[in-house]
Design a protein around this ligand. Structure first.
Ligand SMILES: O=C(O)CCC(=O)C(=O)O
Length: 280
C-alpha cells in the first residue's frame, strides 16, 4: 500500500512537471507574443539593419529617467549601491518594455528565454564630443555579429537597443549607419575602405527623433557614433546590448548587488550563457 502511494505520488509529480514544461513552451511561443512587430518594421529592419521607433516614452517618463541617469553620473554616492549603475533604478522597467520585446522576439529568437541583456551603459555627449569610428558590417561567421534570415524570419546576434533621452537632430550626432551593410558581400569589416567609411561618402544614414525614442540596430550593420553637433541639448542615451542566450560579446561588468535587487522577471535577462533547458 505504501509503495502504491509512493508510486502514485511519483507519477503525479512527473505529470505536474511535464505540464509545467509544456505550458512554459506554449506561453513563450504563443501567437500573442512578439507578434505585434509590424510587417513594415520587420522589412525595414531586415533591409537596413536598423529601425527608429519615435517617442515610445512619454515626456514624464523621459524626465524621470534623464534626471536619474544624470544623478547616477554626477552624484552616485547620493544613491543606494544597487542604484548606482545601470540597469539599476527606474531604467529596470524598460528591460522588457513591450516595444523592445516585440522587436527582439522577431529578430533574436521567438523564445523569450533565449534572450539575454549583457551590457547597459549611459552615453553622454556635449557639443564636439565623440569620434567617428565606423565598425562592423559584412557577413561573418562570428556568432555575436550574426545576421541570418532563415525559415521566413530574422535570427540576429547582438542587437543594440538605444533609448534616446534627448532630441536627436539629423546629421548632428546620432548613431550613423550604412543601411544594408549587415548583408554586404565584400568584407568591409576586415577590409575597410576610406572612401566608404568617410562621413561624407554619401553612404551613411542618420536620423532625427524626439526624446523617448528607440533606435534598434543589429551589431552586424556598419555603424559609428558621430560628433555631437546639436547646440540645444547634449546626447543622453542609454545603450543596451541584447544577445542570444548562447553567446556573449561583453565582459560581464554589472555589479551583483544591482542584479540581485531587480525583479525576478528582469534578473532572468542576466543569466549566464547557457541553454535554458538546463534550468528545467
Ligand atoms: O555612440 C554611438 O552612437 C554608437 C555606439 C556604437 O558604436 C555601438 O553601439 O557599437
Amino acid at each position: 500500500m505504501k509503495n502504491l502511494n509512493q508510486l502514485k505520488k511519483k507519477i503525479t509529480n512527473k505529470a505536474r512537471k511535464a505540464t509545467k514544461k509544456v505550458t512554459k513552451v506554449v506561453t513563450n511561443r504563443s501567437p500573442g507574443r512578439g507578434q505585434s512587430m509590424s510587417e513594415h518594421d520587420k522589412i525595414v529592419f531586415d533591409l537596413k539593419g536598423y529601425l527608429i521607433k519615435p517617442a515610445v516614452l512619454s515626456e514624464s517618463e523621459v524626465k524621470v529617467l534623464r534626471d536619474f541617469v544624470l544623478r547616477q553620473k554626477n552624484e552616485p554616492e547620493s544613491l543606494a549601491p544597487h542604484e548606482r549603475q545601470l540597469p539599476g533604478g527606474p531604467f529596470a522597467d524598460l528591460i522588457d518594455h513591450p516595444v523592445v520585446m516585440d522587436i527582439l522576439l522577431n529578430v533574436i529568437d521567438p523564445d523569450i528565454e533565449k534572450i539575454r541583456l549583457e551590457n547597459v551603459f549611459l552615453s553622454y555627449r556635449e557639443m564636439g564630443e565623440s569620434e567617428w569610428q565606423p565598425h562592423a558590417g559584412g557577413q561573418t561567421t562570428n556568432p555575436n555579429y550574426a545576421y541570418n534570415f532563415h525559415d521566413r524570419r530574422i535570427y540576429a546576434g547582438m542587437t543594440r537597443v538605444v533609448w534616446e533621452l534627448t532630441e536627436v537632430q539629423q546629421d548632428k550626432g546620432g548613431t550613423c549607419f550604412i543601411p544594408g551593410s549587415h548583408k554586404a558581400n565584400y568584407n568591409i569589416r576586415t577590409n575597410p575602405l576610406a572612401s566608404i567609411d568617410a562621413r561624407d561618402s554619401g553612404l551613411w544614414e542618420s536620423y532625427s527623433c524626439p526624446p523617448g525614442s528607440l533606435v534598434v540596430f543589429s551589431e552586424a550593420v556598419r555603424h559609428s557614433g558621430d560628433i555631437w553637433r546639436n547646440p540645444h541639448n547634449p546626447r543622453i542615451a542609454i545603450f543596451c546590448a541584447y544577445n542570444h542566450i548562447n553567446v556573449r560579446h561583453h565582459k560581464p561588468n554589472i555589479a551583483p548587488e544591482v542584479i540581485e535587487k531587480l525583479a525576478p522577471k528582469h534578473q532572468r535577462f542576466f543569466r549566464d550563457v547557457y541553454h535554458p533547458l538546463f534550468d528545467r
